[in-house]
Design a protein around this ligand. Structure first.
Ligand SMILES: *Cc1c(COP(=O)(O)O)cnc(C)c1O
Length: 407
């Protein structure tokens, strides 16, 4: 049977304390106990339904976590104050001194910098590979390898990971497959395809209003319990906790996630096709020209499309910058990092979100100067948006001929 992430979320029923249609917000950092014995039991992890301190967890954080776990089809989840908070705590849960990671080389700049520059301080070392080559992934595995790390759809190059193939490799070698699904919530369900753990930056599509940071790790009860352990849990001890007020607001935004993703995908697919028709070097997983288009089709939850992200290579940083400045002036979007907003966001990853990656490595992975990443917004009239974008491209000399139609 098809996996339906939005149905799973909607099948959860929460009531507020006084019959509210939204769950009550647990606006407390600490919690009382009716008996001293229960306090001890709770610290030892044996008093279900009791709360001890909000760095550990809170009712509001559990509500949000359960919705995210339902979306990804995991037993449970643990929310964090940012995507990096969830990612780093999870990696440090699985890996200690002497352990090794095989990671995609095209991943979020912060994750790349953590694996490349920070984790080696703990003698946790990473081999960065071309994730689209299962042979390259397998060749990089050694006897110390603990995890395979990738993004379902990668930042910023929109490479698509063969999650089924990677899961087989992980099983064969006794590894955990961790998938960052920030770019493709709802469209791809990594657990269904064999992944062990799913991570998200909630800051992007899932919250969708760019008013807060957030992150989550979705996995087994055993994993989340271990990460929350007061004795040696990475989430508990590193403390990337989310505030309850924020988890309540993110949960409310999740109510419309399925509708937003459909609109982001529809708009991005329209623009990608038009851009490609203009002869622009466009990368979008929904285009048949994308090297992993067919693979994506084998993994997709169809109704949500191929996502809201696309890239165009405008040839040079100067042209890319001129275009982005003009598009912002024309109110077509914002020159900003991040993604998943109602408004289109654009940036040149080589000089922004991926600037942590040294220039020669950027070249090797195909990240060129003139590359612009677009997170396409929820525009109601995407045809008008396209006409206006085309006019901007004309003005900055990216396109040769003046289009005939008037706006
Ligand atoms: C933004 C992002 C992150 C980091 O999340 P924060 O919420 O900014 O900490 C991780 N992975 C991907 C793919 C991202 O886009």
């Amino acid at each position: 049977m098809k996996f339906r992430p939005a149905n799973k979320i909607q099948d959860l029923q929460y009531f507020g304390e006084f019959g509210g249609v939204n769950p009550s917000i647990s606006d407390s950092a600490t919690y009382t106990f009716l008996s001293a014995k229960t306090m001890l039991d709770t610290f030892e992890g044996q008093a279900d339904g009791c709360y001890l301190y909000s760095r550990h967890t809170s009712p509001s954080n559990l509500y949000l976590g359960e919705a995210l776990a339902a979306m990804e089809g995991t037993e449970t989840a643990n929310v964090a104050g940012s995507g990096m908070g969830a990612i780093t705590a999870t990696i440090l849960h699985f890996c200690g001194a002497g352990d090794h990671i095989v990671s995609s080389r095209t991943i979020y700049g912060g994750t790349y910098a953590f694996l490349k520059n920070f984790a080696p301080r703990f003698n946790v070392n990473t081999s960065f590979v071309n994730i689209t080559s299962l042979d390259a992934v397998e060749a990089a595995i050694n006897e110390n390898t603990k995890i395979i790390y990738c993004e379902a759809v990668s930042n910023p190059l929109l490479e698509v990971a063969d999650i089924r193939g990677l899961a087989k490799l992980a099983k064969k070698h006794g590894l955990q497959l961790l998938v960052d699904n920030t770019f493709s919530p709802m469209s791809i369900s990594p657990i269904e395809l064999g992944a062990d753990v799913v991570l998200h930056s909630l800051t992007k599509f899932i919250n969708g209003t760019n008013d807060t940071m957030g992150g989550v790790v979705c996995g087994s009860q055993e994993l989340i319990d271990a990460m929350r352990s007061v004795i040696d849990g990475s989430a508990m001890l590193l403390g990337p906790s989310m505030d309850s007020l924020r988890s309540a607001s993110i949960l409310k935004n999740m109510r419309t996630l399925h509708i937003r993703i459909k609109q982001h995908s529809k708009n991005a697919a329209y623009l990608a096709e038009k851009f490609e028709d203009l002869g622009l070097k466009t990368v979008y997983p929904g285009l048949p020209s994308h090297p992993s288009h067919e693979l994506f089709k084998t993994m997709i939850n169809e109704e949500y499309g191929f996502g809201g992200l696309l890239t165009v290579d405008f040839g040079s940083l100067e042209k890319a910058n001129a275009l982005m400045e003009l598009m912002q002036k024309e109110n077509l979007g914002y020159l900003a990092v991040s993604l998943g907003f109602y408004k289109t966001l654009f940036s040149a990853p080589g000089t922004s979100t991926s600037s942590e990656i040294p220039e020669d490595e950027q070249k090797e992975m195909g990240l060129s100067d003139g590359l612009v990443r677009f997170s396409i917004g929820l525009d109601n009239d995407i045809e008008r948006t396209f006409r206006m974008m085309r006019r901007c491209m004309n003005k900055v000399g990216i396109l040769e001929s003046e289009p005939q139609e008037t706006l």
